[in-house]
Design a protein around this ligand. Sequence first.
Ligand code: EPZ
Length: 420
Amino acid sequence: MEKFVIEGGRKLSGEIRVSGSKNATLPILAATLLTDGICEIRNVPKLRDTWTMCKLLRSLGKTVDLSGNKVRVSGSANNHIADYKLVSTMRGSFCVLGPLLGKLGKAKVSMPGGCVIGVRPVDLHMKGIMALGVKADFDAGYVMAHAPQLKGAQMYLGGTFGSSVLATANVMMAASLAQGETVIESAACEPEIEDLGDFLSAMGAKIEGHGTPRIIINGARKLNGTNYKMGADRIEAGTFLIMAAAVKSDILVQDANYNHLLALIDKLHAIGVDVRKAGNNDVRVKVKKTLRPANIATHPHPGFPTDLQAQYMALMAITPGVSIITDRVFPDRFMHIAELNRMGAQIRRDAGSAIVEGVKQLYGAPVMASDLRASAALVIAGLVAKGRTEIHRIYHIDRGYEDLDRKLTGIGAKVFREKE
Ligand code: EPZ
């Protein structure tokens, strides 16, 4: 295993580039199961999760060539069983359910385990595929599903905590090869769903409304291979904007799609951060004065992203004053509180929220990464802390941030990757 060693307290400056979107790449790779044609996908992030999805596709019969930031997928799916060993390491694998049903008419997919950010139910996935005529049940930790022929249907996919990104993705992919029209009401509106809809359309699917709460899909008899370039990862971009604010530096974040980050940028403006478009898809961040605290509550897109909640908490930990942070998507997504407090933060839980009292200074300490975004929060804290921070179990970071240590070193940070 490896750890990050960070010497904090340094002024950073320069340019940092955002990689391709992890959470768009996973469903788009899964969508290649829908065709026997060749799909060539560029700007794919070099991440553990990308590698895991490619391995899963090979286990399902596809030929997958992954080289650098490019993936070439060809061949036919000939196995409908997504094995526990692979799905349990990455929840995103569950989005092979829809395409396997669309292409093969059957699927046996291991239930995704829970994880540190909270319970990860699949009831909306099941509701969606069953609306398409799928017979589905649970057996020994697997979802067993089959349908001689998928039939389009109208369905409502909203849940207690709002819409589900991957449930929307699963239904879109299955419906692309169903007979007739499918209408998804209360669909997830995340940019990753927009990306998936664009990819499916490039394969010949008839889809409209992706990125809005109402998606209409007219099933096709067959889908074709296509070429596609992944858009930028909005959560990585948002992480860099928050990091730049925390280290109070002048940073140009390249390939950050400003319009995908409006909820975060609005909040950064409110606390006194100068964030502005800087041509193309770049965003410049400057901090000229002491920041003010501001409360947040996360919501499905276009609300404040749950995947940026931990990073924002690290920023509030060193912002004078009190802020209240509530996660309406994953109410228990607070594993990072204990680790930030080890670094001198003053954060406590109260009635489902986190109360953050900003402190003047954080101090380097050995801390433990627990999930992808909590780990990013610890990196931000390590960059601003006085002294040396060691972040253990950084495989969590490698799942979702491409070459993070190299990128941070490029703007003047002292971040070293070392063997445990
Ligand atoms: C996607 O997960 C992302 N993962 C998550 O990012 C992200 O946090 C999440 O969407 C919310 O934005 C990928 O795209 C690979 P959900 P997903 O289904 O689709 C409830 C990261 O750090 N729900 O949108 O699995 C659920 O409990 C990861 O990159 C049901 O109730 O999340 C949650 O409260 C972490 N029933 C809410 O919906 C269901 O059937 C949103 O979950 C499914 C979900």
